[in-house]
Design a protein around this ligand. Structure first.
Ligand SMILES: Nc1nc2c(ncn2[C@@H]2O[C@H](COP(=O)(O)OP(=O)(O)O)[C@@H](O)[C@H]2O)c(=O)[nH]1
Ligand SMILES: [Mg+2]
Length: 438
């Protein structure tokens, strides 16, 4: 071989080596960073399109200064070990997954806080967003009875008594309840006789008007006026009390309020732990008693602590074992009395949480609680998972208790202040009518 050829081969070989090294270097930084490995926040909602991400982004940042991400729970001290698995069971699926991966991000905290503070106001202003979110949350209900209502018309031009009977039938099967449906139909019939129901749109409009009249008494949101504004949260097991408390605490915290949670469901250790997870996630105080402590004393202590610390809001969790109904009601009465003693005034709000998937049952549960304690507001959860959303009308009509919030999913922002107009627009929009102006 000629020396020239050898030199050429060596040069080509060196070039190849350099190219390979360069290529490896470029890939290197991505691999070890591991950023891609914890995509758990995406996991719970892969089907939820893109919108959860921006909405959730601020939460973890807030949690960041908190000691440890919730995910590290399993490695916590032995004392809590036995109850860990149960806790995982009851815990809201949304809670732990969100924080861990992003907790270390040293995001400009002030920026995030500012964005957060602006959020509720923006949300309120954006009525369209509210209606759109509600409509998404009410998809099952709308796919159920609203779709059937639409089918009744089915191009039919004439609005006659037979058609109104059909409408009534659909309303009754939509968990609106017999009495409330009857009431709505009476008005529709009167309008028909006055020849005010000329076409399908007029009927939809009349239905919306009736729904609004029924829900009229309902005003959403709890206002923080007295200090500490004390909210007792009651309801049967599994309806969503603890989750609602977590979401509410987060909402108040975002508004800059100092929140103290009271772990009044002392019956199950897992319930206390579940609330602790929320407290850590939100970054607020929690008062808990010893195992099986008297719920009333835990709530008393929480109120005293809030008074001492100058906190703005106390939210108390309570047990909901219904198989010991009279005991439960006696326990709740005692909780109310004790809280009032600590406050030296009535509690600000007794929130009854009802699971909308239980339909008519929710109406009966409300009666049970109302008979025992002065329930002042309702939270209706799980509207996203049911076709029984019409039950809101039945509950308000039967009990005349305002709906404060509705739960339309498991994310923090899925607890919405109840707004009659937005709700009626979202629920009773004609399927092909996206603007649903009534
Ligand atoms: N889909 C959905 N699930 C909810 C909603 N509210 C609560 N849940 C779930 O309902 C379950 C029971 O909630 P939990 O707060 O433990 O009920 P509690 O026993 O009354 O305290 C949990 O899995 C929650 O994530 C909601 O609005 N929508
Ligand atoms: Mg609970």
């Amino acid at each position: 071989m000629e020396p020239g050829t050898i030199v050429a081969i060596v040069v080509v070989a060196v070039l190849i080596v350099v190219a390979v090294v360069f290529a490896m270097r470029r890939q290197a930084p991505e691999a070890p960073s591991g950023e891609a490995t914890p995509p758990s926040p995406a996991k719970p909602s892969p089907e939820k399109k893109a919108e959860p991400a921006p909405a959730k982004a601020p939460e973890p940042a807030k949690a960041a200064p908190e000691k440890k991400p919730v995910k590290s729970e399993p490695s916590r001290p032995a004392a809590e070990k036995p109850i860990e698995p149960k806790a995982a069971e009851v815990e809201t699926p949304a809670s732990p997954k969100v924080e861990a991966p992003r907790a270390e991000a040293p995001v400009a905290k002030a920026e995030v806080a500012k964005a957060e503070a602006a959020k509720p106001a923006k949300e309120k202003a954006d009525g369209k967003e509210q209606v759109a979110a509600l409509r998404r949350g009410l998809a099952s209900t709308r796919g159920g009875f609203i779709a059937r209502l639409a089918q009744i018309f089915g191009g039919k031009k004439e609005i006659d008594p037979a058609l109104l009977d059909q409408i009534q039938e659909v309303l009754i099967t939509a968990d609106i309840g017999v009495r409330t449906s009857e009431k709505m139909l009476e008005t529709l019939r009167a309008k028909m006789e006055r020849a005010e129901l000329r076409d399908e749109d007029a009927v939809w409009s009349a239905i919306r008007e009736e729904a609004r009249a029924i829900l009229g008494a309902s005003a959403g949101g709890i206002e923080v006026r007295s200090k500490p504004t004390t909210i007792l949260v009651v309801g049967v097991n599994g309806v969503g009390k603890t989750t609602t408390i977590g979401k509410l605490a987060s909402r108040f915290h975002e508004e800059g309020k100092k929140v103290v949670l009271a772990a009044g469901d002392t019956f199950r250790a897992a319930a206390v732990l579940q609330l602790e997870v929320w407290a850590r996630r939100v970054g607020c105080e929690i008062v808990k008693g010893k195992d099986r402590a008297d719920p009333a004393s835990v709530i008393f202590e929480a109120i005293k602590k809030a008074q001492g610390d100058g906190a703005d809001v106390v939210i108390a969790d309570t047990a909901g074992r219904l198989h010991t109904k009279s005991n439960l009601m006696e326990e709740l009465k005692k909780v109310v009395r004790t809280a009032e003693k600590a406050l030296e005034r009535p509690v600000d709000e007794i929130l009854l949480v009802l699971d909308s998937t239980t339909g008519q049952n929710a109406i009966q549960q409300a009666q049970l609680f109302k008979d025992a304690i002065p329930v002042s507001g309702i939270v209706l959860t799980k509207l996203d998972g049911t076709a029984k959303g019409g039950v809101v009308l039945g509950i308000v009509d039967e009990h005349r208790i305002p709906v404060r919030y509705v739960g339309i999913g498991e994310r923090i922002e899925d607890l919405r202040e109840f707004d009659t107009d937005a709700f009626v627009q979202a629920l009773f929009a004609k399927p092909d009518d996206e603007t649903a102006a009534a």
